[in-house]
Design a protein around this ligand. Structure first.
Ligand SMILES: Nc1ncnc2c1ncn2[C@@H]1O[C@H](COP(=O)(O)OP(=O)(O)O)[C@@H](O)[C@H]1O
Ligand SMILES: Cc1cn([C@H]2C[C@H](O)[C@@H](COP(=O)(O)OP(=O)(O)O)O2)c(=O)[nH]c1=O
Length: 197
């Protein structure tokens, strides 16, 4: 089963993902952008480059996703493992649709979803750490172009569209709570998800 963690920068995904290692020692913990491939390195170069072309950046993230799927996610799922990914395809649908909002693409989110459909493996469940853009930008330190509050407001609106389209896939957690309470809520959500399957 594939469970993904999504949310704005600074929503606390990585904090939760790291804490979950103790509770689920047999799960496969992974992330996007990947941290152990040259595709992930290429993505990190694009993130750090304020002048990177947004469409080119979309394809770099998507290439990293393709490699992540074939190298990590599909083999782990084939072995029957629980896979917990810190960010996944919804990050592209939310972030790159915001980056491409003023581009020549008429419907960026639909376009981005379209290029994934043929090859991706959708998550079974997605835990969405919900936080306002100001808190997100403050927590993340606004160190890269994706971490600015105005941009994050667009990204958050895109996540809301995704949740509205597939309410049964998402579990929303209030990420403005203390780290302990956020972790408790995520662990409770995961218990329920695993009990259902
Ligand atoms: N619930 C929380 N309340 C306050 N600060 C938090 C919370 N969760 C994480 N943080 C802090 O916010 C920053 C970003 O957290 P992180 O887990 O890296 O978020 P993300 O992976 O979603 O960008 C870190 O400094 C972290 O210690
Ligand atoms: C996976 C992914 C990340 N991103 C962005 C979100 C982050 O600003 C940045 C790096 O992701 P990440 O390392 O997960 O950052 P954080 O822990 O702060 O949330 O890349 C996209 O724009 N599209 C994507 O598909």
């Amino acid at each position: 089963m594939l469970v993904t963690l999504e949310g704005l920068d600074g929503s606390g995904k990585t904090t939760v993902w790291e804490a979950l290692h103790d509770a689920y020692p047999d799960a496969v913990f992974t992330r996007e952008p990947t941290s152990d491939s040259w595709y992930g390195e290429a993505v990190n170069r694009a993130i750090a480059d304020d002048d990177a072309d947004p469409l080119a950046t979309l394809f770099l993230f998507t290439a990293d996703h393709a490699d992540h799927l074939s190298r990590v996610v599909r083999p782990a799922l084939a072995d029957g493992d629980l896979v917990i990914s810190d960010r996944y395809s919804d990050s592209r649908y939310a972030y790159q649709a915001a980056s491409l909002r003023d581009s020549d693409l008429r419907r960026p989110m639909e376009y981005i979803r379209g290029i994934h459909t043929a090859f991706t493996r959708p998550p079974d469940k997605t835990i969405y750490l919900d936080v306002d853009p100001e808190t997100a930008a403050a927590r993340s330190g606004a160190t890269n172009k994706f971490e600015q509050a105005a941009y994050l407001a667009d990204v958050r609106a895109n996540y809301e569209r995704l949740i509205e389209a597939e309410p049964e896939r998402f579990v929303r957690v209030d990420a403005t709570q203390s780290p302990e309470d956020v972790l408790d809520a995520v662990e409770a959500a995961l218990e329920e998800i695993l009990a259902e399957n």
